[in-house]
Design a protein around this ligand. Structure first.
Ligand SMILES: [Zn+2]
Length: 70
């Protein structure tokens, strides 16, 4: 049985100055009408500059929203 019980923190060999992890919080895009975070993307376009345009629809109220992911 090959368990992956290895501690992830023990596997990091980063520079000492970069040793501490930084917590980043991503905020979910929400529907402007009903504030639901339940958006379903039906089309994603690459803008060619490391950003994405995601055409989505709110699952709860059907509002179409366009999400730009940078
Ligand atoms: Zn909605």
């Amino acid at each position: 049985m090959s368990s992956t019980g290895q501690d992830a923190t023990a596997d990091e060999h980063q520079d000492a100055q970069d040793g501490k992890p930084v917590y980043l919080t991503l905020t979910r895009p929400r529907c402007p009408r009903c504030h639901s975070a339940h958006l379903r993307a039906y089309k994603t376009m690459d803008n060619g500059d490391d950003s994405l345009t995601r055409y989505s629809r709110c699952v709860d109220c059907g509002r179409r929203v366009v999400v730009i992911v940078e």
